[in-house]
Write a protein that binds this ligand. Structure first.
Ligand code: ADP
Ligand code: MG
Length: 269
């Protein structure tokens, strides 16, 4: 079902945080699967050379013949890159380690920050009727992440509930502010989502309190708990929603999608 309140074309969200291991890929996969449950059609664009989103959705390395490297650096058509996954209405543009050299190879291109932006606006994208495009970023504020933020309408920031979590945010916010002044004036912050939270733990509670004090409404009400089912799911090439639909992790990601869609409807009204 398409959303009549949304302008033509998918809503594109960069899932970014320059820290590794904070839940970017996990959030991209499980938020995407939740949006699918809500009837949406979703594309995950994997631009992390580690290719964890591709692996986590069951696209083996030998199936990744054309990847986001080709999309960014060879102007390959989207239809060559986009693959189906086990999840209906969820597709992926996979990545391989090739991408690790992309950052350097892109520098000499005068459109270096716009390569993903332009690639995702190939007319062929209309044929897929995506409602959402989620870009799974690498753990760095490099040119790949900049490409994601230039291509995106908004940035979703997973924040791990641990000490120093907030410190890295200022650099990320600075990058977003710079891009607003230059390549992407309309870039919004979709929100900050606390991940891997153990609310019985004092430190996690403190991080949540601080994040809400500093960032206010930017922080999603939904908090993703640390849940072993979430970490097990990718090794079965499944989202946690399919792996254990009633687990706390699956329910939390559903809540996150609901909260995101709710906000969107309110804004559109
Ligand atoms: P990033 O993409 O930011 O590097 P990942 O999404 O790969 O981070 O998550 C890092 C690790 O933490 C992975 O092993 C993942 O399975 C695990 N993980 C992520 N979210 C949760 C969660 N809510 N509960 C338990 N483990 C999680
Ligand atoms: Mg990742």
């Amino acid at each position: 079902m398409s959303d009549p309140t949304r302008p033509k074309g998918p809503k594109t969200i960069a899932v970014a945080n320059q820290k590794g291991g904070v839940g970017k890929t996990t959030t991209a996969i499980n938020l995407a699967a939740s949006l699918v449950e809500f009837g949406k059609t979703v594309l995950i664009v994997d631009i992390d050379p580690q290719g964890n989103a591709s692996t986590g959705l069951g696209v083996e390395t030998d199936q990744r013949t054309k990847t986001t490297y080709d999309l960014l650096l060879e102007e390959a058509p989207l239809s060559d890159i986009i693959q189906e996954t086990e999840i209906e209405r969820l597709r992926i543009a996979p990545a391989t380690t090739d991408l690790s050299s992309a950052d350097i190879e892109m520098v000499s291109n005068e459109k270096r920050s716009f390569l993903l932006h332009d690639a995702l606006r190939q007319p062929a994208i209309d044929g897929y009727a995506f409602d959402f495009v989620l870009i799974d970023c690498p753990p760095s504020l490099n040119l790949l992440t900049v490409n994601a933020m230039v291509a995106a309408h908004s940035v979703l920031v997973p924040l791990q509930s641990e000490f120093f979590a907030l410190e890295g945010l200022s650099q990320l916010m600075l990058t977003i502010r710079e891009l607003r002044q230059t390549a992407n004036p309309d870039l919004r912050i979709e929100g900050v989502v606390l991940t891997m939270s153990d609310r019985r733990n004092n430190l996690a509670q403190q991080v949540e309190t601080d994040a809400r004090a500093y960032l206010g409404d930017l922080v999603f009400k939904t908090v993703i708990p640390r849940n072993v089912r979430v970490s097990e799911a990718p090794s079965f090439a499944m989202s946690v929603l399919d792996y254990d639909p009633m687990s706390k992790g699956a329910q939390a990601y559903r809540d996150l999608a609901r909260e995101m869609l709710g906000v969107e409807l309110a804004v559109g009204a």
